[in-house]
Design a protein around this ligand. Structure first.
Ligand code: UDP
Length: 267
């Protein structure tokens, strides 16, 4: 009797998907052909406090599908888990061991990844979730070459569990995975701001948004873009980051087309 298919068995249900998923020479010209989109967990939450709002997740999924299908940009997504649990905050507030608390945070990212995968697939987009901590009943394990193959076939890939290690964040994971899968840029979608400012725009009305800023300036001024480990990793590996407002419809597409420029490019 043949073995039951495992999470490691290659799926054939969308085997007809193109094997060269690339922007068409005659269509709109995206700035990059493979990117990592970093979504904070809070992007999934509803304003009244529920950790996951189905309508919001469906809206994010439809924007992702729009850039996949129209711009033919290969999209890998790193999901955060801050809407469910943050290791450091949880450890401090509840007295939980920090490493354990970080594992709880990593499990939170899996919940978000499954919600997003479900929303994408319900709208017809083939999607694979890969986890940095193995949970083969739920998702594939993270395998770099396999992730790249999925992208080439036009599947969306979601990376969950961060990089699998405590004391890290999903921002750093986005940088690491982007370098590993040879993505050309990181799109950091936020729900709180539309870019990087020279001061806090909530308290300083004179604060100015940068259209472009260097890694060194972000580090020296401690501008709140991503955590500093992620920024220095991007600097060392020459990975551009665009920080933009995820809550405004059409912004993923706008960032990829770059015209008019939105958000802040860190490079
Ligand atoms: N985390 C971790 N290692 C990783 C990524 C995440 O330990 O590689 C844990 C950490 O506790 C973190 C939580 O998962 O607070 C949720 O991730 P993050 O804070 O990056 O989520 P976001 O702020 O993007 O929603």
């Amino acid at each position: 009797m043949p073995d039951a298919p495992s999470a490691l068995t290659l799926d054939t249900k969308d085997a007809g998907a193109t094997t060269a998923f690339r922007p068409s020479p005659s269509g709109p010209k995206p700035r990059w052909s493979r990117v990592v989109l970093k979504l904070s967990g809070e992007a999934f939450a509803d304003p009244l406090g529920a950790p996951i709002d189905g309508d919001i997740v469906a809206r994010i999924a439809s924007e992702i599908i729009d850039v996949q299908s129209e711009l033919k940009v290969q999209l890998a997504i790193v999901v955060g888990g801050g809407n469910i649990w943050r290791g450091q905050t949880g450890a401090a507030a509840e007295g939980i061991d920090r490493t354990t608390s970080d594992y709880m945070g990593m499990l939170g990212t899996v919940i978000n990844a499954l919600a997003l995968q479900d929303a994408l697939e319900r709208q017809g987009q083939p999607t694979r979730t890969q986890t940095a901590i193995q949970m083969s009943q739920i998702a594939e394990p993270y395998i770099r070459r396999r992730a790249m193959r999925h992208l080439e076939k036009g599947r969306v890939v979601i990376f969950a569990c961060g990089n699998g290690n405590p004391y890290f964040t999903t921002d750093t994971t986005a940088a690491l995975r982007a370098a590993e899968i040879e993505a050309e840029a990181i799109l950091k979608g936020t729900h709180t701001t539309d870019g990087v400012y020279d001061a806090d725009p909530r308290t300083n009305p004179q604060a100015k948004r940068y259209e472009q800023v260097g890694y060194a300036e972000v580090l020296s001024k401690n501008l709140r873009v991503m955590d500093l480990t992620a920024i220095s990793f991007c600097m060392d590996n020459n990975l551009p980051i665009v920080v933009f407002n995820m809550m405004q419809k059409g912004n993923i597409r706008a960032v990829l087309l770059g015209d008019p420029p939105i958000g802040t490019l860190v490079s």
